[in-house]
Design a protein around this ligand. Structure first.
Ligand SMILES: [Zn+2]
Length: 204
């Protein structure tokens, strides 16, 4: 558990230092047995210490340590719906958040597969309806989408990503943020995303 706390804090700091989170936004969680370590409410991921990590169960019940992030319920849903996932990352990263604010986005496929890496690491990214941060009214939408997708984009907000471990979740976040940037650079230009056939060939 101590080792997992250190890994979570190191990952959180890396997200902050690389500009993927700002202020006290963003939260990270790791499943350890029947418990979940999660970043606390109001904390900056850049200065979080291992002793300041919250502990909850997979139903979002606070077990020990500081109060979990008010967005911890998103992590609990992802971990319940995706039994093979052991880590969840949620950020308000700039380019992903920008895409989540665009009108005319395909809610089944928010960022097209412009590159092979996006198709392989992310696949189809569903866009969920807007709810205020911390509003548990979004829970049913998250659960429904999480059953089929390890990565979600919340409207006017940011991505939620589940991975087999922290490294995998962060890798997918990096890919979403990078492809969101490309998508915005190309916005309004005629573009040629991968075809469904090209996508399928990569997934197999
Ligand atoms: Zn958020």
């Amino acid at each position: 558990m101590i080792h997992q706390r250190d890994k979570l804090v190191t990952a959180a700091r890396s997200l902050y230092q690389r500009g993927l989170t700002h202020g006290s936004t963003g939260n990270v969680s790791v499943r350890v047995g029947d418990k979940v370590l999660v970043t606390p409410t109001g904390a900056s991921l850049g200065t979080l210490l291992p002793g300041e990590v919250s502990v909850m169960d997979v139903h979002g019940k606070h077990l020990s340590g500081p109060r979990p992030s008010k967005e911890a319920f998103l992590h609990a849903i992802m971990l319940r719906e995706r039994p093979t996932a052991n880590a969840v990352v949620h950020t308000h990263s700039t380019y992903s958040a920008a895409v989540s604010c665009l009108a005319d986005i395909d809610s089944a496929d928010a960022i097209p597969a412009l590159t092979a890496y996006f198709a392989m690491r992310v696949g189809k990214l569903p866009l969920l309806p807007y709810y205020a941060p911390g509003d548990t009214g979004i829970s049913a939408d998250v659960a429904r989408a999480a059953a089929d997708h390890s990565t979600l984009l919340l409207s006017n907000h940011g991505p939620v990503i589940a991975g087999a471990d922290l490294a995998a979740a962060i890798d997918a976040l990096d890919e979403i943020e990078h492809t969101a940037k490309i998508f915005l650079l190309l916005h309004g230009m005629p573009t040629r995303p991968l075809t469904e056939q090209q996508r399928q060939a990569l997934v197999q």
